[in-house]
Design a binder for this molecule. Structure first.
Ligand code: MRU
Length: 338
C-alpha cells in the first residue's frame, strides 16, 4: 500500500488531503495563505494532533514566505500567524508546539523556518513508526482492538499513532479484528478510520459509540488503543469526546487502555487534565449531519469536542521514546501489559 501523505509542502504551498471530502473523494487542497490554513483547520479539512502540529509549523513558514514576497515585515507576519493558528483549535497542544518549532528558527529567515517545519514533518513519520512498533510489542496476544476517532495517517503525516500500533499488530499477524467507533458528531471513525483500515486490509467493524461499552464489558474486546490531543504532566489524557467512556469500560473489564502519542503531545506546562482547554464547537454539528437535521427545531446542543481521561484509567502511554505507566495505574493493568 502506498503511504498516504496527509500534509506536505509542494512548490511554495501547503498541500493537504481535504478530510471533509472523505470517504467519498480523496482530494487534495493547496493552501497558499495563512487565512486559508486557519479556515482549513477550523473546518477540520486538516485535523488530528500531529497533522495539526505539522500544519502549525508549515503555517509559520508560509506566513514568512508570503510576507517576504510582498515586501512585508516577516517578524510581524509570523507573530500574527502564530496567534491565529494557535487560536484555531485550542485543545491539541501539537498545534502550538509546531508553531513554536518553526518560530525558534526565525532568526534565519523564511528559508530557515521552512527547514524547521520540514524537519517537524519528517520527524513525525519517524515517531509514528516507532510508536507503532512499541505499542504492538506491548499488545501481542490481544487480538481484538477497539479504537475511537481517527488516529491514523489522516491525523498525522503518515501512519498515525493508534492505527500505527494496529497496523504493526496486523503486520505481525497478531490481529483479528478492529472495532472502530463512529465518533459523533463529525464521524471521524466512520468516515476516516474505516477508510484507512480498508486500505490497510484490516478486518474491522464500525460501531456506534454507544455500543462500545457493551462490547468491552461483554468480553469482545482485548484492548482499547487511542491517540491523544494533549497529555497533562500528571498523565491525564485529552482526546476526542467519548474516549473517557471507553476507558471506564476498559477498567471495568480489566483490559488495557493504551494511549499512543508522540512526545510532542505531552504538555509539561499543563499540570492536570482539568487545566486543559476543551474546544467547544458549534452546536449545529450535533443537531444534524450532512445537511439532515436530526433534532427538533429549537433544540440547543452542547458540543465539547474532547474529554479528559484521568491518568489512573490509563494503562500505558506509548511514545516514540518510552512507555509511560501513569503511577496511579493499578497493578492489574501493568501486569496484563508486561
Ligand atoms: O477533532 P479532531 O478530529 O482533530 O480530533 C482528533 C482526535 O481526537 C484524535 O484522536 C487525536 O488527535 C489523536 S490523533 C493521532
Amino acid at each position: 500500500m502506498t503511504p498516504l501523505r496527509t500534509i506536505d509542502w509542494h512548490d511554495g504551498d501547503i498541500v493537504i488531503v481535504d478530510q471533509t471530502a472523505l470517504p467519498a473523494e480523496l482530494r487534495t487542497l493547496r493552501v497558499h495563505t495563512v487565512e486559508e490554513l486557519v479556515a482549513a483547520i477550523r473546518r477540520l479539512a486538516v485535523r488530528g494532533a500531529m497533522a495539526l502540529g505539522v500544519a502549525g509549523a508549515l503555517g509559520i513558514a508560509l506566513a514568512a514566505i508570503r510576507a517576504r514576497e510582498r515586501g512585508e515585515d516577516v517578524d510581524r507576519a509570523t507573530e500574527d500567524a502564530a496567534a491565529r493558528l494557535i487560536g484555531a483549535r485550542p485543545t491539541a497542544v501539537n498545534l502550538a508546539w509546531g508553531v513554536d518549532r518553526a518560530l525558534v528558527a526565525s532568526a534565519g529567515g523564511p528559508a530557515a523556518m521552512l527547514a524547521a517545519a520540514l524537519a517537524v514533518l519528517a520527524a513525525d513519520i519517524e515517531a509514528n513508526t516507532a510508536i507503532g512498533r512499541r505499542g504492538a510489542a506491548l499488545l501481542v496476544g490481544r487480538r481484538r482492538i477497539l479504537t475511537h476517532c481517527n488516529a491514523g495517517s489522516l491525523a498525522a503525516v503518515e501512519r498515525g499513532t493508534a492505527l500505527a500500533v494496529i497496523g504493526a499488530l496486523h503486520d505481525m499477524d497478531e490481529l483479528d479484528l478492529v472495532y472502530a467507533c463512529e465518533t459523533r458528531p463529525l464521524l471521524q471513525g466512520a468516515r476516516l478510520t474505516t477508510w484507512e483500515l480498508g486500505r490497510m486490509g484490516i478486518a474491522h467493524r464500525l460501531i456506534v459509540d454507544g455500543a462500545a461499552a457493551g462490547l468491552i464489558v461483554g468480553g469482545r474486546v482485548d484492548a482499547v488503543v487511542v491517540g491523544a490531543d494533549r497529555i497533562a504532566a500528571n498523565g491525564d489524557v485529552a482526546n476526542k469526546v467519548g474516549t473517557l467512556a471507553h476507558a471506564l469500560a476498559a477498567r471495568r473489564a480489566g483490559i488495557p487502555f493504551v494511549v499512543a502519542a508522540p512526545e510532542s503531545t505531552i504538555d509539561p506546562a499543563t499540570a492536570r487534565g482539568a487545566d486543559i482547554e476543551i474546544e467547544e464547537r458549534d452546536g449545529r454539528e450535533v443537531l444534524g449531519f450532512g445537511g439532515a437535521v436530526t433534532a427538533p427545531v429549537g433544540t440547543v446542543a452542547a458540543n465539547p469536542a474532547f474529554d479528559v481521561t484521568p491518568a489512573d484509567l490509563v494503562s500505558a502511554i506509548v511514545t516514540e521514546r518510552r512507555t509511560i505507566v501513569p503511577s496511579a495505574s493499578p497493578a492489574f493493568a501493568i501486569a496484563t501489559l508486561v
